[in-house]
Design a protein around this ligand. Structure first.
Ligand code: SF4
Length: 131
């Protein structure tokens, strides 16, 4: 949660994706404030317009992956801040490799989103108890 008491945009996007996957129109986001021990609840109504915006963003991500490109470093990520400190990829994002070297490393052996998707769909058993 930001200091101005608004929900983080990426958290709302994440919630919207879960809502879409479950076919739910209204959702809640619960923040547990470590500073004040308060709970803050945000509600989200998933409209068609919001979903189309999210869908477009997802399609851009898939296109970027198919082109074997990496997204830009997150603006909110800086050496020393919480996001940076918790991320397992920080040595890559802030390391010595050029963006081109990094893309080659990340996408080594990657044959495309469609192939990856099909590969994992084939791995799903209809009778899987985890479903
Ligand atoms: S270090 Fe992690 S959080 Fe920061 S930009 Fe890279 S991937 Fe994103």
């Amino acid at each position: 949660m930001f200091k101005n008491h608004e929900a983080k945009a990426e958290h709302l996007l994440q919630l919207a994706c879960y809502m879409k996957a479950r076919g739910v129109r209204k959702g809640m986001l619960l923040y547990d404030s470590k500073n004040t021990n308060d709970y803050i609840i945000y509600t989200l109504t998933l409209t068609k317009k919001k979903w189309l915006t999210i869908k477009s963003w997802c399609e851009n991500v898939v296109t970027q992956m198919d082109r074997k490109q990496l997204p830009p470093v997150a603006e909110a990520c800086h050496n020393g801040n919480y996001l940076f400190g918790r991320c397992m990829f920080k040595d890559f994002c802030f390391g010595k490799m050029t963006p081109q070297e990094l893309e080659r490393k990340v996408y080594a052996g990657f044959s495309g989103v469609e192939e990856l998707w099909a590969e994992h769909l084939l791995g799903i058993d209809d009778d899987d108890p985890a479903e």
